[in-house]
Design a protein around this ligand. Structure first.
Ligand SMILES: C[S@@+](CC[C@H](N)C(=O)[O-])C[C@H]1O[C@@H](n2cnc3c(N)ncnc32)[C@H](O)[C@@H]1O
Length: 358
């Protein structure tokens, strides 16, 4: 019997990952898959699954040997004859209750706690502004774990979030794996300012306590990513790009293809990314993620930049748009603290409401 699963832990299920042929050993046939039970979020019956717009599920709705072969190439998610969602070998690590909780480090949990206090738990313009979807802490941890497993993600890496919103992915990877540089670029000024507001509180907290929170490796840049020429010096380019318009994605492809960055994380499928937008990448793996804020779930994809190896950090190869941030993070953290405090003073004076005499 399939059990219900809450929205928050949907992505915690190992069932949410699949790999391409290079990781074919982890992809099992549907016959093998059938033997595993999985807990499904909000999907009360197989009909619900088949009604989802996802082509993955649709492709598996009638299983012919040919479709089965195709499915096994890319997918680890299928529907067994009883209508249960069935998954790969990874499911074997499930407990009898079917769920494996994703563990987050104490410092990751502390960071989210600080951010929630500052700007609330939803993405967007804090508690009162427009909300956007963002991965929950558990889902983001799952992305981090996948990056460690498949994309050489460790503390020597440099991470950029394209469209960083209030900055949660940046804060997360700054703690785990504790990347060298975690920079977010955000187009909307109000979101950028709120990300800086979060950063100010994180810096104040870390300076006033003996916590194990890593600091001095996060920065937020206000700007339009299409003005960059490359993503250098970043090794991992992350973008929650579901709502990005096609011209922006075409431009990001040009920027990415001119960069040294070996890894890309996007929420668009290989068909779109490779065939339509012409990113010069190979598909590595995909995962499902539940979102805070919008209540949606999306499939994310890991890509490998063709012919690019993990570069050693090279300060001489920094795109001008990232120069301020990279320089501040390279220098002692005192300068970063000064910058962030001053930016917030400017923000507060801008937003102060004055009464005019009439
Ligand atoms: C869905 S939000 C994701 C926020 C954050 N990455 C997260 O996962 O929590 C996408 C963000 O991309 C920003 N964005 C859209 N186009 C952009 C561009 N050309 N340059 C920089 N940011 C952009 C939007 O303003 C929005 O805040």
């Amino acid at each position: 019997m399939a059990r219900k699963q809450t929205k928050a832990n949907k992505c915690n299920s190992p069932s949410s990952i699949s790999h391409n042929t290079s990781n074919a050993s982890t992809v099992k046939s549907l016959d093998e898959i059938k033997s595993f039970e999985v807990e499904i979020t909000e999907l009360k019956s197989s009909k619900d699954i088949l009604r989802t717009p996802s082509t993955q599920f649709a492709a598996l709705s009638t299983i012919t040997p040919e479709k089965n072969r195709k499915a096994n190439r890319r997918l680890d998610i299928g529907i067994d004859p009883e209508g249960n969602l069935a998954t790969t070998k990874e499911t074997q690590s499930l407990t009898s209750f079917g769920l494996e909780r994703i563990q987050c480090s104490a410092s990751v949990k502390s960071i989210y706690k600080i951010i929630r206090k500052c700007t609330g738990s939803l993405g967007g313009n804090g508690n009162f502004g427009a909300i956007y979807g963002e991965a929950t802490m558990g889902c983001m941890q799952r992305v981090v774990n996948l990056l460690k497993e498949h994309c050489e993600f460790d503390s020597s890496c440099s991470f950029i979030d394209v469209g960083s919103g209030l900055g949660k992915p940046n804060f997360h990877v700054a703690q785990d794996p504790g990347v060298r540089i975690s920079l977010g670029v955000e187009l909307e000024k109000i979101r950028h300012d709120l990300a800086l507001h979060n950063l100010r509180h994180v810096l104040r907290y870390t300076r006033s306590s003996n916590s194990s929170i890593k600091h001095g490796n996060v920065f937020f840049q206000h700007g339009d990513i299409t003005e960059a020429r490359t993503f250098n010096p970043f090794t991992h380019v992350y973008m929650f790009d579901v709502g990005f318009p096609p011209p922006v994605l075409h431009q990001i492809a040009t920027i990415f293809n001119s960069s040294q960055a070996p890894y890309l994380i996007s929420y668009h499928s290989p068909k779109l990314m490779i065939e339509k937008y012409r990113f010069d990448v190979d598909f590595i793996a995909q995962f499902s993620t539940a979102l805070h804020g919008s209540g949606e779930s999306h499939t994310g994809y890991l890509y490998r930049h063709k012919g690019k190896d993990l570069p050693s950090f090279d300060h001489s190869k920094v795109d001008p748009i990232f120069q301020t941030g990279v320089s501040l993070l390279r220098e002692e953290s005192e300068k970063l603290v000064q910058y962030v405090e001053q930016a917030n003073v400017a923000l507060l004076s801008q937003s102060r409401v004055t009464r005019s005499r009439s």
